[in-house]
Design a protein around this ligand. Structure first.
Ligand code: SF4
Length: 673
């Protein structure tokens, strides 16, 4: 024990960030007296390079915050009241087990595990939880709230070929940053973009908002939400019709080019401009520059997928380097999520996925309130705050209020969803347990180490799920018994043998030291290793066929497009509990003036699904006709306890069953003071 008045010694512990962010930073965490006092980026990782986002820099405010769950608890008040009685782990788990046995005896598919986005660590998700829910025969969750349309497009066209890494951006002479804001998400792209610009690269940004990166760009196309597809198709039309398509490359490496050409035919620059709301000259300029530049890189984000045309838009964007012949050079091709390019085995899951029903998470509110077939009677929520992240928030809440629904929430803090739980179980944060941190921007894998003891009575995910499996008599010999066996199982699933340092793995495993050149080091993983520019499965899935455009869902009553971009407040919805300024609605002064709304005025934003009460923030950085609120915020940050999710429809994108947050159309009016 340190002497009174003498500061306890300080230590610096290295770990890694497993949160749902592409970068997977290496962290230097300062610990004093068993408590985290500072979190910073490590210089040991050339991507992190000594800095991290402001969100994780303050992560210890979550670890020790007022909302931290310290012990298990059982509901004693009305659902939503947040009144709980402290329980022992044994009592809480006994209750969960009895409800699981009851549900299992009636129909195991009445159990729905619900998880997404809280952590990408391999011990925290799809580990013991997968073992438990498979053996139970629970319903399966389709994790489609993010990245499903872009994932479907990449899978269909390229079989999920690994993409160009951040480090190769500086080689590019032209970079199109399409539907992503690296100023707040995947921030470690920024220095590489700057280096590219310093080397003379021409940077184009396509985004309805004039973000920091858009303001620094040479060309900014502020498209209407949901119209990226016509812009991409107009470029394809230009490539094909003006003799700029790389026919030799297409003949050797692709199929389906004729069908893509046919679908692009109607999209002249003028027509794409009319639909997308940007000048035809801007699209022409982009197309002309793209043809001439080498290497030319397209960074495909997630902003373009969150609408009715999102899958086709992503497919058309990803098809650009194929048609224009931009592969085969360092700094060329496309850059996007590498999350499924890894081929990691999961040997700890010994049985096949059961043929139980698959439930699209964007429809959870509907499944809970208007079941077709078997109802969901037991909802097990972990790594996720569905009230804050799913569309049609009012319906989700209505479902959680069902008295006959038994809800377990296993989380680090008392989330908006936990308020409706029957049993709350406290989980450790990544600073309190072992795990992996896997980048899906840079191709990296690191070991996450506990830097402090578990806070309160919190326990790691794998520990609790294996405990439940044992209590349900579902454990078998060979299951990973503890954290060490868990980590060994994870390591045995990696495609390449590793040395002593896990961080060295990525240098050896992915081709070219984690910096693959597309069509030199990596090729499409389709059966014939060719790009399929018109996959029949995708064509069948899309309501208007692949590359078929669906018009704007706006009406005279609800004309404004509401977008919900990533912000500097949360990662998914993680950290949304922390005190932050109240949420505002960003709107263009032109739209505000038409409604007699001043900057800072209290306003009402509504549509047929719900209403949100916030204040207006007038900014010319958003195109007229489009308004914006940040995604992932919690109910406490608006005046009436509803967020933008209350205005988002639970309709699905054309591909992959993705969410359509950016198809929310709303009206805005001033409120009385
Ligand atoms: S959230 Fe992203 S940028 Fe922030 S520390 Fe984690 S990996 Fe790094």
């Amino acid at each position: 024990m340190p002497k009174p008045g003498v500061a306890p010694p300080e230590s610096l512990v290295q770990t890694a960030c497993p949160l749902d962010c592409p970068d997977a930073c290496t962290l230097d965490v300062t610990v004093r007296g068993g408590r985290v006092t500072k979190i910073d980026g490590s210089k040991d990782n050339h991507i992190t390079d000594g800095y991290i986002c402001a969100k994780v820099r303050t992560f210890h405010e979550r670890v020790y915050g007022d909302d931290r769950l310290l012990y298990p608890a059982i509901r004693r008040g009305a659902k939503g009241s947040g009144q709980f009685k402290r329980a022992t782990w044994d009592d809480a788990l006994d209750l969960v087990v009895s409800k699981m046995q009851e549900a299992r005896a009636s129909a195991p598919e009445t159990i729905l595990p619900l998880c997404y986005g809280g952590s990408n660590g391999m011990l925290t998700q799809d580990f013991a939880d997968a073992i438990l829910f498979r053996r139970l025969g629970a319903s399966r969750l389709l994790r489609t709230v993010c990245a499903a349309p872009t994932g479907a497009a990449n899978m269909g066209l390229y079989g999920k070929m690994a993409s160009t890494s951040y480090e190769d951006y500086p080689q590019a002479k032209l970079i199109v940053v399409w539907g992503v804001n690296p100023g707040v998400s995947g921030i470690h792209i920024m220095p590489f973009l700057k280096e590219a610009r310093d080397n003379g690269a021409y940077v184009v940004v396509i985004d309805p908002r004039s973000t920091t990166v858009a303001r620094q760009a040479d060309l900014h196309l502020a498209v209407r939400p949901g119209t990226d597809l016509p812009v991409a198709l107009a470029i394809h039309r230009y490539l094909f019709e003006e003799g700029h398509a790389d026919e030799a490359f297409l003949a050797e490496h692709a199929r389906g080019a004729a069908s893509l050409r046919e679908r692009a035919k109607e999209w002249t620059f003028a027509r794409a401009a009319e639909v997308s709301g940007v000048a035809a000259d801007q699209i022409r300029q982009l197309a002309g520059r793209y043809v001439k530049a080498a290497p030319a890189l397209v960074k495909c984000g997630w902003g373009l997928e969150r609408n009715r045309n999102g899958g086709s838009a992503a497919a058309a964007v990803l098809a650009l380097p194929a048609v224009a012949g931009k592969f085969g050079v360092r700094g060329g091709g496309f850059s996007m999520s590498n999350s499924a390019s890894w081929n990691i085995e999961r040997p700890w899951i010994t049985e096949p996925e059961p043929p139980t029903r698959a439930m699209n998470m964007n429809k959870v509110g509907r499944f809970l309130t208007e079941p077709e077939g078997l109802p969901v009677n037991l909802l097990f929520v972990y790594n996720c705050n569905p009230v804050a992240i799913l569309p049609d928030q009012r319906r989700v809440i209505k479902g959680l209020e069902r008295e006959d629904l038994f809800t377990v929430v296993f989380d680090q803090v008392l989330t908006d969803t936990a308020m409706y739980a029957d049993v709350v179980l406290p989980a450790t944060t990544f600073l309190e347990h072992y795990d992996t941190a896997r980048g899906y921007g840079p191709i990296t894998l690191q070991l996450g180490k506990p830097v402090i003891d578990a806070v309160g009575e919190s326990r790691p995910n794998h520990d609790v799920f294996m405990d439940l499996a044992r209590r349900l008599d579902l454990a078998v010999d060979g299951d990973p018994a503890d954290e060490l066996e868990g980590m060994l199982a994870v390591l045995s699933g990696l495609p390449t043998k590793i040395g002593d340092d896990l961080r060295e793995w990525w240098k050896a495993a992915p081709p070219n030291g984690g910096r693959p050149i597309q069509f030199v080091d990596v090729f499409p993983k389709t059966p014939d290793q060719k790009i399929d520019l018109f996959p029949e499965a995708l064509n069948k899935q899309a309501p208007k066929g692949l590359y078929g455009f669906q018009p704007d869902p706006g009406t005279a009553e609800f004309p404004l497009a509401l977008i919900t971009p990533a912000s500097d407040r949360t990662i998914s919805s993680t950290l949304g509990e922390l005190p932050r300024p109240a949420v505002t609605l960003e709107m263009n002064p032109e739209d505000a003036a038409a409604r007699n709304i001043d900057d800072g005025a209290p306003i009402r934003v509504w549509n047929a699904l719900g209403e949100v009460l916030v204040k207006a923030h007038l900014t010319p950085l958003l195109r007229p006709g489009t308004v914006a609120m940040p995604k992932g915020v919690w109910r406490r940050h608006t005046a009436n306890g509803f967020t933008s999710n209350a205005l988002a429809p639970d309709t699905l994108a054309d591909l992959g069953g993705g969410a359509c947050f950016n198809d929310a159309r709303v009206q805005v009016a001033r409120r009385g003071k």
